[in-house]
Design a protein around this ligand. Structure first.
Ligand code: PDD
Length: 279
């Protein structure tokens, strides 16, 4: 792990108990896919990181180019060929007080990397995952990739306890916003791929952004609009996207099979094609 200027063994790596990330979840993070030893779409992840930080008025601890060097170095030291790299920046260490520290503190930076057997993702994708719906209960600033994830933790756990893999939030108007750790998509019976606009209610996923470009290139019809759980249940296909899952077919929502109840051709094709369009 990289922690505040040092590369350390994971078991020795630690941050202060007065870190604001620990006490207030006063920080942001990024997760980037590692594929064949390469960091997928890293520039876009770093751009989003910079935006999250600036929305919270946390200083970038070093230039993005230096962050990129550290990300690569942690991946290299862990010999990760397939997996993820995780980066977290908190406002720093200070005596506990809700307001920003009065004296200037240095933001804390932690980077870890982990191998994930690609066969595991392939297995899930071949079977397809189930989702449940839960009421949207997060703050309105979900566009910021903050480490304050308690509603997401509870939603994911609810999914698990229901025998599902992901939970989709449903807003007060009855529309799906996104998953607890992914963006939500459907494919209509007319073959249109649909996902909610990133103007409200969702994190602007990097995988989502790349996929929208891929849809255009593949000449697959695309609509950016909200959809309801009922429309998803009646759709031809559904899937989720995230750096940790790429394109993951969804085969059931709240116990109702979607389409044939198996991964659909569009989701499978997009999963196969995704890395042609990623940087
Ligand atoms: N989560 N929406 C939410 C709430 C997320 O947490 C994520 C990613 C996404 C997809 O974003 P991207 O395509 O940039 O990964 C959407 C990461 C993977 C996580 O928390 O582990």
């Amino acid at each position: 792990a990289y922690v505040n200027g040092r590369y350390q063994e994971m078991r020795d790596a630690s941050v202060s108990i007065e870190d604001r990330g620990y006490q207030f979840a006063d920080g942001v993070y990024e997760v980037c896919e590692v594929r064949d030893g390469r960091l997928v779409d890293m520039p876009r992840h770093l751009t989003r990181l910079q935006r999250s930080l600036s929305e919270l008025r946390i200083a970038l601890p070093m230039p993005l180019s230096s962050l990129a060097v550290i990300l690569h170095e942690v991946v290299r030291r862990n010999r990760v060929r397939f997996g993820i790299v995780y980066l977290q920046i908190s406002r720093g260490v200070a005596r506990r007080d809700h307001g920003f520290p009065l004296s200037r503190v240095k933001p804390s930076l932690v980077v870890t990397a982990r191998t994930i057997n690609p066969a595991k993702g392939a297995e899930n994708a071949a079977r397809g995952i189930k989702v449940i719906t839960v009421p949207e209960n997060r703050w309105p600033r979900v566009d910021i990739k903050s480490t304050a994830l308690l509603p997401n933790v509870l939603a994911k756990q609810a999914a698990r306890e229901a025998g599902a893999y992901e939970a989709w939030y449903v807003d007060g108007d009855g529309f799906v916003t996104e998953g607890s750790s992914s963006n939500a998509w459907i494919v209509t019976k007319q073959g249109r791929v649909v996902t909610r606009p990133d103007s409200s209610g969702i994190l602007s996923g990097i995988t989502r952004g790349v996929l929208i470009e891929a849809l255009e290139a593949l000449q697959i019809r695309f609509e950016e609009r909200p959809f309801t759980p009922a429309e998803a249940a009646d759709a031809a296909e559904a899937f989720v996207t995230a750096a940790s899952m790429i394109v993951m077919p969804v085969v059931a929502i709240d116990g109702h099979a979607i389409g044939s109840g198996t991964p659909g051709p569009v989701a499978r094709r997009l999963r196969e094609q995704f890395h042609r369009f990623a940087a």
